[in-house]
Design a protein around this ligand. Structure first.
Ligand SMILES: [Cu+2]
Length: 483
C-alpha cells in the first residue's frame, strides 16, 4: 500500500466502521441546523465589571444581563459544526459535527463574581435529553444537574432554570451530566470562572483559561466517535489543535495566570510550559495557601479537575506550552503506523513500487518528516504532525500552543509573530573553528546531513509524477536489509 492509498484506505475503512458503530446511538437525528464554531477569540466585555475578565483563547465569554439584581445567563445545548483547525499551509481544515452550547465547542466561558445570584436558563435544542452539572460549584443539591438524581432530565425542546448564589471563587466548570460519555465526548463542556468579591491581591495582567479535551475522529469522518474508550486521536486546547491554537501573549514583567480545566473522557494531561517555572495556586477545590505551593514546570491535570498556575513572564521569547504525554501532541494519522524505526529501507520502496506503483517506505527515521513531505492530504483531517515554525517544521501538534513574551506588544494583544533571538542566543550548526578550539572529535560514521535534509525532495506521494523514476539518495544501493 503506498502512502496515498494508506491514507485514503484508512479513511474509507474508518468511515465505514464509524457509521456501523454510531448507527444504534441515533446521533443522526438532530433538529435544526447546526451552529458553526470557528474558534475566534471574542471576549465579552460589557464594561464596569469590577473584575478583570479572563481570556479564553479561541473561545468566548457567555453574555449575561442583570434582571432585578440577578445575573441571568442562557445556555442553548445544540448541534455544532466545529472547526478543530482551519485550512492552513495547504492543509485542509478539520471540521466535525459535534454537540455544544450556543454555537460553540466547547461552551462559552461563564464568568461571574462571588456573591452573585445567578439564574441560568438551559434550552435543549438537541434530539436527546440532557442536563447541566456545575462542576465544583457549591450549591443546593437540586441545582447540581445530575439527570435522574438531582433533577429530571431536560427533554428536547424544554428549557430548565437553574438558580443559585455563588458562595466561592475559583476556576470551575460545567458539563452535561446526562448520557455523559456521549455528550461530553461530543463537546458539551465549558469553564465557569468565579472572580473573588474581595480579592486579596491585584488581578494578574493576563488571565488565560483553557479547557483540555480529547476526541476520536477517524480520518475523513465528520463525526467524533463518542464510544471510543482508549484510542483518542485529536487532542485540543479550547477545542483547537495546533497549529490551529491561538498563541498566548504577554509583555515582559507581566504577571500571567493560566487556568486549566480537564474534562477529557479518559486521559489525564501533563501540561508543560517552557522558559519558566510556575506555581500551582488553586484547584477547583479552592486556593492553595502560599506555604503549600511549590514550583513546577509541568502541572498534572487529572480529568475532572482544574488547576490554576501563575508566574511572572520575565523572559522574552517564544515558549511552547504543551501536553507532555507524547501521543497527545500527535494527530489523527500519527497513531496508526507500524514501528519502522531503525529498519533499513534502502531499495525497499523501489522494489515494492514494481508491485505497488507509488509505494514509498516511511517512518524509518521517526515521524518528524511526516509533516512536510508534501503528501496529498485526505479531506477533513489534521496535518500529520504540527505546522511550520520560523526555523523548521514543528513536529508536535494537538495539545500544543505558544506563549509569546515580548518587550512590546500591540495594544490589541494580537500575535506579534515569531521571536527574533538576539545575536549569540540562537542554537545553530557548530562552526568548525569552535569544534577545534574545544577539542570536540566527531564520530566517523555520521549520517549524511545533506541526504537527510533533502529527503522531502527525494520522495513523492500524492499526485504521482508522470514518470516515477526518482530514488531517495539512500536507496541507490538497491539493498533490502531488515534488522
Ligand atoms: Cu495529554
Amino acid at each position: 500500500m503506498n502512502r496515498r492509498n494508506f491514507i485514503t484506505g484508512a479513511a474509507t475503512i474508518a468511515g465505514g466502521a464509524l457509521l456501523t458503530r454510531l448507527a444504534p446511538t441515533a446521533i443522526a437525528a438532530e433538529p435544526g441546523t447546526a451552529a458553526v464554531s470557528t474558534g475566534k477569540t471574542e471576549p465579552f466585555n460589557p464594561g464596569g465589571l469590577g473584575y478583570k475578565p479572563v481570556i479564553t483563547p479561541n473561545g468566548v465569554t457567555l453574555p449575561w444581563k442583570m434582571v432585578n439584581g440577578v445575573k441571568v445567563f442562557h445556555l442553548v445545548a445544540e448541534p455544532v459544526t466545529h472547526e478543530f483547525i482551519p485550512a492552513m499551509e495547504g492543509h485542509p481544515s478539520l471540521v466535525a459535527e459535534c454537540w455544544g452550547y450556543n454555537g460553540r465547542v466547547h461552551g462559552p466561558t461563564i464568568e461571574a463574581v462571588e456573591g452573585d445570584h445567578v439564574r441560568i436558563y438551559v434550552t435543549n435544542r438537541l434530539a436527546a435529553a440532557t442536563s447541566v452539572h456545575w462542576h465544583g460549584v457549591l450549591l443546593p443539591s437540586g441545582m447540581d444537574g445530575v439527570g435522574g438524581i438531582s433533577q429530571k432530565a431536560i427533554q428536547p425542546g424544554e428549557t430548565f432554570k437553574y438558580e443559585f448564589t455563588l458562595k466561592q471563587h475559583g476556576t470551575l466548570m460545567y458539563h452535561s451530566h446526562h448520557d455523559e460519555m456521549t455528550q461530553m465526548q461530543l463537546g458539551m463542556i465549558g469553564l465557569f470562572i468565579i472572580h473573588p468579591k474581595n480579592p486579596t491581591s491585584p488581578p494578574p495582567d493576563r488571565d488565560y483559561a483553557f479547557m483540555l479535551s480529547e476526541w476520536k475522529i477517524e480520518v475523513g469522518a465528520r463525526r467524533p466517535d463518542p464510544n471510543e474508550m482508549t484510542d483518542f486521536n485529536v487532542f485540543t486546547l479550547n477545542g483547537r489543535s495546533f497549529p490551529g491554537t491561538a498563541p498566548l501573549v504577554a509583555k515582559v514583567g507581566e504577571r500571567v495566570r493560566i487556568r486549566i480545566g480537564n474534562l477529557s473522557t479518559m486521559s489525564h494531561h501533563a501540561i508543560h510550559l517552557h522558559g519558566y517555572y510556575f506555581k500551582v495556586v488553586a484547584t477547583d477545590g479552592g486556593e492553595i495557601p502560599e506555604a503549600g505551593q511549590w514550583p513546577e514546570t509541568t502541572v498534572h491535570m487529572p480529568t475532572g479537575s482544574t488547576r490554576t498556575v501563575e508566574f511572572v513572564a520575565n523572559a522574552p521569547g517564544d515558549w511552547v506550552m504543551h501536553c507532555h504525554m507524547l501521543h497527545h501532541v500527535m494527530t489523527q494519522m500519527g497513531h496508526q503506523f507500524g514501528n519502522m524505526i531503525g529498519i533499513k529501507t534502502d531499495g525497499l520502496s523501489e522494489k515494492i513500487r514494481k508491485l505497488v506503483p507509488g509505494y514509498m517506505a516511511m517512518g524509518q527515521d521517526g515521524m518528524a518528516d511526516m509533516g512536510e513531505m508534501g503528501m496529498a492530504w485526505p479531506p477533513n483531517s489534521l496535518p500529520m504532525v504540527g505546522g511550520r515554525g520560523q526555523y523548521d517544521y514543528v513536529t508536535m501538534g494537538g495539545m500544543f500552543t505558544v506563549l509569546k513574551v515580548r518587550e512590546e506588544l500591540s495594544a490589541n494583544g494580537s500575535d506579534p509573530g515569531w521571536y527574533k533571538s538576539p545575536p549569540g542566543t540562537l542554537a545553530e550548526v557548530a562552526p568548525e573553528a569552535d569544534l577545534k578550539r574545544d577539542g570536540i572529535e566527531l564520530p566517523k560514521d555520521l549520517p549524511r546531513t545533506a541526504a537527510l535534509r533533502t529527503r522531502k525532495d527525494d520522495v513523492w506521494c500524492g499526485t504521482p509524477p508522470a514518470k516515477p523514476t526518482l530514488l531517495a539518495k539512500n536507496e541507490i544501493n538497491g539493498r533490502i536489509k531488515l534488522h
